[in-house]
Design a protein. Structure first.
Length: 247
């Protein structure tokens, strides 16, 4: 992925990593279209950051994704990068069936949302120069945090889907990149003040450096995610799982 000169659509860019990455990419010389459910917040982002555009979308709603995709392709036909950023992370207690509502909502947002976005844009991107799809998994795709089981499962699925998508799109010129963050200081799980999570600005700086220095990378991995990403390969999986389990 080129560090600049793109037109980038980022659903899920109204806070946290999504907004931070949108602002960094805008500053790097890209045209950025942020998207989310809260129109007031989108208007605020646009007002505070001249040049950034906005589209309303609810990534848990298939019809909303279709409408947003149609709007983006009509207003910004040069769009050549999709970043599927939107996601939710909820604690679940699996001792009773009460977890199911949270699990279903998580699957709808974290798995069906990105798949529907890819489906809405893949034909369009196949005809664009320097096109890319960036999916967003997590270090927890590789070793689960037991209190958020469905979140982990959706991110593992995104990793697997990204691998297949990359192989299948190899003949189209569309690059497939997977961003796998570690724990970052955002409001995703109320960890904005967690000293054990990576500071957001530090994470964003490392991500931008990796995009710039490794434009052909399959995965964007900051150093802090290595213990999770490579736990199984280096034999530390069970030790890392015990740590995440609070043992």
């Amino acid at each position: 992925m080129n560090i600049s000169g793109n037109t980038i659509f980022i659903p899920g860019a109204t806070s946290g990593i999504g907004l931070g990455l949108a602002l960094r990419l805008h500053a790097a010389g890209n045209r950025v279209i942020v998207a989310g459910r809260r129109t007031e917040l989108l208007a605020e982002i646009v007002a505070q950051n001249p040049g950034i555009e906005a589209v309303t979308v609810d990534t848990a709603d298939a019809a909303s994704i279709t409408r947003a995709a149609d709007e983006v392709k009509a207003r910004f036909p040069e769009t050549n990068v999709l970043i599927t950023m939107a996601g939710i992370m909820r604690i679940e207690d699996l001792h009773t069936g009460d977890f199911l509502a949270v699990a279903e909502s998580t699957i709808t947002t974290n798995l069906l949302g990105p798949l529907r976005l890819v489906a809405a844009f893949v034909d369009h991107l196949s005809g664009k120069p320097d096109a890319a799809i960036m999916t967003v998994s997590s270090g927890l795709a590789f070793v689960p945090l037991p209190i958020t089981p469905t979140y982990n499962a959706t991110k593992a699925a995104i990793h697997s889907f990204s691998e297949s998508l990359r192989v299948q799109l190899a003949d189209t010129g569309v690059q497939v990149i997977e961003l796998a963050p570690p724990a970052v200081q955002t409001e995703l799980l109320g960890q904005q003040d967690d000293p054990n999570a990576m500071p957001l600005e530090e994470f964003l700086s490392e991500v931008m450096t990796l995009i710039e220095t490794q434009p052909d990378a399959h995965e964007i991995l900051v150093q802090r995610v290595y213990p999770l990403r490579f736990a199984e390969a280096n034999g530390s999986y069970h030790a890392v799982l015990e740590t995440l389990s609070g043992h």
